[in-house]
Design a protein. Sequence first.
Length: 330
Amino acid sequence: MKRVILVISVLCLVGSLIGGGIAVYGANLYETPLRTMTQQTLFLVPKGASFSAILTDLQQQDIIDDRTALVMKIAGRLTDANPKAGEYALHSGQSPKDILTLLQSGDVYVRSFTVPEGQTSWQIVQQLKAIDTLSGDITTLPPEGSLLPETYHFTRGDDRNAKIKRMQSAMAETLDELWQTRADNLPIKTKKDAVILASIVEKETGMTGERKDVAGVFINRLRMGMALQTDPTVIYAITKGEIEENGRGPLGRRLLRKDLKIDSPYNTYLYPGLPPGPIANPGRASIAAVLQPATHDYIYFVADGSGGHAFAKTLDEHNRNVAAWRKIRP
């Protein structure tokens, strides 16, 4: 009988040692950085996914192996783990414990997209449609000039229409702020007028140092009752903003003399003053430029071949600048 008791005691001791060893091994594995990840990996936790399904997905993506999955499953049961739906960025050096903590934190991966200055609303909608990690259909084209070009952040599954509303709010906030800083006695009487002229400035120059000078030219022309005569408004009259840049310009060709005779209120060669609406979505800098334009006597400008423009006070001077540009125009 004593021998039986001794054997049982030895077996219990061995079992305890084995169990303890397994526990220690599991604890170490749980806190040891994974060797399976060598770079950032994006992992999606679907809505309503069970913890077991999440572990299976981690295995199928070769982020964890069978042993790690078992350890995480035990840890999840002990801690009542409840991963939150969303997309997470997993990094090399993370342990199973780090991953489980992250999935429960809701600290999802944040993406971003940038809307270039001077894009039309149609172009911006096309950009949003091409982002496959956004959701929802945009069925109504936002009004031209209502979207602020900027960098915006989002998470996988965000609604495209919500991004449109965010851009519209950003434009309204920016316009309200800059309108308070406008110079006195401008021929711009409304915020809409400011956006219209800013959209023209945006399409005429992409150079930061020129925006105020270009705005000043148009302000001078408005004060004189002189036609703005700006090509981008004619292009908008033709395209209605549906511009596809294929390396050949928004029209796929050069603007022709006959185009300048198109009967449209957007044709600023035929109709003096501002066109009836914006021709693009201007950025903050262009809006600021038309509200605080440079003060000068220039009423003409033309490309100078260096990416900038040559400004002139008289038609004779302007014609010389045009002739110089035609010599170097590709």
